[in-house]
Design a protein around this ligand. Structure first.
Ligand code: PMP
Length: 423
């Protein structure tokens, strides 16, 4: 089906962002035709699947095939330590709601900054071994990145970003200049730094600690050295590493022993810590600037009292390191199972394990077969990744049992026999 020069069989969401000759409402109607087409062709089956219970290594999802609830091994969650279900985190959350109620009431600047925000921010500062007043909480990890960058970087500045950073970073760079370098490519980064050296006021290199599609790590040491050499600053978004990686769970930055050297650390409260929210860790001056200058802090309410449960979740990183150990054990076991089948898992060093297939349609088919075999995993296609780089992305949890991982591995084996997805 082709209309407005768009072939539905080959189209992606991005093609509908801007279509000449039609307005936003017509575009939405046309997009509806596209999603209906995708559903009819079984290509949209696993988007917005409704789950019956909360997060866990197993989830009850409403089957896209017959609307019946089906029990699946879940490989879709970033709740790496399964703290969303930890009794002590739940208890702390309930107690905080009893004490403070359910909402913040206003944006932080004008009445919505409560004792629990202060306690959480202090906790985040001390978690990273920094003095008080060095952390600021945002409503999501997304806004921690986007609102911070929008406040900090303007027309005389430049963001030099690894091409694989999260969408929220790109959004945050809309008011500034941006230079994108090839993923982890030090030569291209150095060239960009050299070029920017005398041209811009602020040069901010932005990388992820753990990259969300491949699960690989930044070449952080080398990148930091180059950054300093050319008078630039470094920001690391470690959404997927904090709480999971490093000897004490401080994340990818701890893996490289650079916790006291990164200029701006951003993270999320929605993954290892099992809640929602984001944060920025930086110098007290930058934090003060963001409190007054970032639009999210000034014009929007932030965390609800339930966020006080996060303080317990952060304590548990130190008090119960066994969750990290269990996760690591699961990662090693699952990676071995996949590589024994000669599946291409790239260079992952985290709990995100991609199974790279390449072709988008084959990947969609693989996702469907997995679901039918009781395994819920995400199919990632363009624009999430480059067109030829489609994959099934899996993420593991500390609470996956060996039986659940074996079920998932058997399902991948079955898919491999059917679709020949191995190297
Ligand atoms: N950074 C990265 C690297 C991410 O993968 C994500 C979430 N997918 C975010 C930031 C945003 O975090 P949140 O879901 O808390 O908004």
């Amino acid at each position: 089906m082709t209309k407005h020069n768009i072939n539905f069989a080959k189209a992606t969401f991005k093609d509908f962002e801007n279509i000449s000759g039609i307005d936003a409402f017509e575009r939405a109607a046309f997009f509806q035709e596209f999603t209906d087409y995708m559903k009819d062709n079984e290509q949209m089956n696993f988007r917005f699947l409704t789950t019956k219970k909360g997060n866990g290594p197993e989830m009850w999802v409403t089957s896209p095939f017959n609307d019946e609830p089906i029990k699946c091994v879940s490989l879709v969650s970033n709740d790496y330590l399964n703290f969303t279900q930890h009794p002590k985190v739940k208890q702390a959350t309930v107690e905080a709601i009893e004490k403070y109620g359910t909402g913040a009431g206003a944006s932080p600047l004008i009445g919505g900054h409560h004792e629990y925000h202060e306690m959480l921010q202090k906790k985040i500062s001390s978690f990273f071994n920094r003095p008080p007043e060095t952390a600021l909480v945002f409503t999501t990890g997304y806004t921690a990145n986007s609102a911070t960058l929008l406040a900090l970087l303007k027309k005389d500045d430049i963001a030099i970003v690894d091409m694989a950073v999260h969408a929220s970073v790109y959004e945050g760079c809309k008011d500034t200049n941006i230079k994108i370098f090839l993923h982890n490519d030090l030569d291209v980064l150095e060239r960009a730094l050299k070029e920017a050296q005398s041209k811009y006021q602020t040069k901010l290199v932005i990388i992820d600690g753990v990259y969300s599609q491949d699960g690989d790590l930044a070449k952080m040491r080398e990148i930091l050295a180059l950054t300093k050499q050319y008078g630039a600053y470094l920001m690391v978004d470690d959404a997927h590493g904090i709480g999971v990686l490093g000897k004490t769970g401080r994340g990818a930055i701890e893996v490289f022993d650079l916790l006291d050297q990164v200029d701006i650390i951003t993270g999320t409260l929605s993954k290892a810590f099992g809640h929602i929210g984001g944060f920025v860790v930086a110098s007290p001056e930058i934090i003060n600037f963001l409190k007054f200058q970032s639009r999210q802090q000034v014009f929007s309410s932030t965390s609800t009292p339930a966020a006080a449960g996060l303080i317990k979740a952060m304590d548990l990183i130190d008090e119960e390191p066994e969750w990290r150990e269990k996760l690591l054990h699961n990662v090693i076991y699952f990676k071995k199972g996949l590589t024994d089948m000669k599946l291409n898992i790239g260079h992952t060093e985290s709990a995100i394990i991609p199974v790279k297939i390449g072709d988008a349609h084959k990947t969609g088919h693989a996702g469907r077969l997995l679901l039918l075999a009781g395994v819920y995993a995400n199919t990632i296609v363009y624009p999430g990744v480059a067109r030829k780089n489609a994959r099934i992305r899996t993420s593991l949890m500390a609470t996956h049992t060996k039986e659940q991982l074996d079920l998932a591995l058997n399902a991948f084996d079955y898919v491999n026999q059917k679709l020949h997805i191995s190297l």
